[in-house]
Design a protein around this ligand. Structure first.
Ligand code: SAH
Length: 353
């Protein structure tokens, strides 16, 4: 038996959607209207400027299903909202909406689960189930914006999954979300975080989508990094920083490095000194270090550092001429770091709650 696959219209760019619209016997300008509605997270019933006949045809032939809000947690401290989104096959992912003075930022997921195996991370504990489609990534933005009533000014791809392990779909998402006829979120307001898939960093540098690249480093040498991140067996820090320099040269965008401080693993002042050294040696161009205090995940047994240790680390980097900041934690009362809500949902499903 052949399984019917309907065209995923929210993953289409304007040209593809126009062709699809024409194939249904509708006028070309209807595609533009439909595109806007979908990017705003509307369902067919709400698309009131489209003829009912067109909407019926779409409902009968196309695949258009937005992520469904399964759970929503709102921080009493700072208004951060965490969404658990259900996807059409029962999978779920998380998005986090953070409110800043200058507008809101949404952290989105790119895969259901993750196969990168980083030791400290909740998202990878149950492996990778599948890649998200472009529409599933865009749908998180559309639904979160609509539900919260917030205008989303910036996006961080730091949710569940490794974006450069889902390259094609993520690239298409970036082009869709940046499109002026849709949400128009410019590449300068998008950060993409990667554990460091070197060939894909180089590829991304050449695509003409100059997002801010954030690279998860977490250690200053290969042996230490291997103990935390399996990807370090595949690419050395030297190769990784070479690709980051290439990214800077091609896009003109300063690269950020994420460095999660884990007690007794990578948090000493000597670690900070060595980190500043390797960045100077291999990166050569200006970069920024984002220090993250480990968000403890019970299953990993790893411990976080105190504020004073983080401060000492930051100061040592700065003393050596390396830009650095300690990342502010939002939504600490709702476990806003990604991966944990999905994990607890999986545990509930398994135990039949
Ligand atoms: N796959 C991407 C996105 C991951 S999440 C990547 O690896 O970069 C964004 C950042 O949070 C990464 O730097 C990741 O290493 C870090 N991170 C993951 N789990 C964490 C935890 N429990 N505490 C602190 N930071 C964590």
């Amino acid at each position: 038996m052949e399984i019917e696959t309907r065209p995923d219209i929210m993953s289409m760019n304007q040209e593809e959607l126009t062709n699809f619209t024409l194939s249904l016997g509708e006028a070309k300008f209807r595609a533009g209207q439909l595109y806007k509605w979908m990017h705003a997270g509307a369902d067919f019933d709400e698309m009131t400027n489209l003829p009912k006949t067109f909407r019926n045809k779409l409902a009968a032939t196309a695949d258009y299903r937005l992520p469904k809000i399964e759970r929503k947690l709102v921080s009493k401290k700072d208004g951060t909202i965490k969404y658990l989104f259900g996807l059409t096959d029962g999978e779920c992912v998380e998005s986090v909406l953070m409110k800043y003075e200058y507008g809101s930022s949404l952290c989105v997921s790119s895969q259901a689960g993750c196969r990168m195996g980083c030791r400290f991370c909740a998202s990878t504990l149950s492996g990778r189930v599948r890649n998200l489609t472009p529409s599933e990534i865009l749908g998180q933005v559309a639904v979160a914006s609509r539900d919260s009533g917030e205008r989303i000014r910036s996006i961080v791809m730091m949710g569940i999954g490794e974006p450069l392990d889902n390259y094609e779909n993520v690239l298409r998402f970036l082009r869709l979300v940046g499109d002026e006829n849709g949400l128009g979120i410019g590449m300068r307001r998008i950060s993409l975080s990667t554990c460091g898939i070197v060939p894909n960093i180089r590829r991304l540098a050449d695509e003409g989508v100059p997002v801010t690249l954030s690279v998860s480093l977490h250690a200053y040498d290969d042996e230490k990094r291997k103990a935390l991140m399996p990807i370090a067996y595949k690419y050395s820090i030297e190769e990784l920083l070479g690709a980051c320099r290439y990214y800077f040269e091609k896009t003109g965008r300063r690269v950020s490095f994420e460095y999660t401080l884990i007690s007794g693993e990578n948090d000493s002042v000597e670690d900070a000194a060595s980190l500043a050294n390797i960045l100077r040696k291999y990166m050569k161009v200006p970069s920024h270090v984002n220090l993250i205090m480990l968000n403890e995940v019970d299953e990993t047994g790893l411990k976080t550092v105190d504020r004073a240790a983080a401060k000492r680390f930051e100061e040592e980097l700065k003393r050596r001429g390396q830009n650095a900041t300690i990342r502010r934690r939002l939504g600490s009362d709702i476990d806003a770091s990604c991966g944990q809500l999905r994990l607890s949902k999986l545990a509930e499903t398994e135990s039949g709650i």
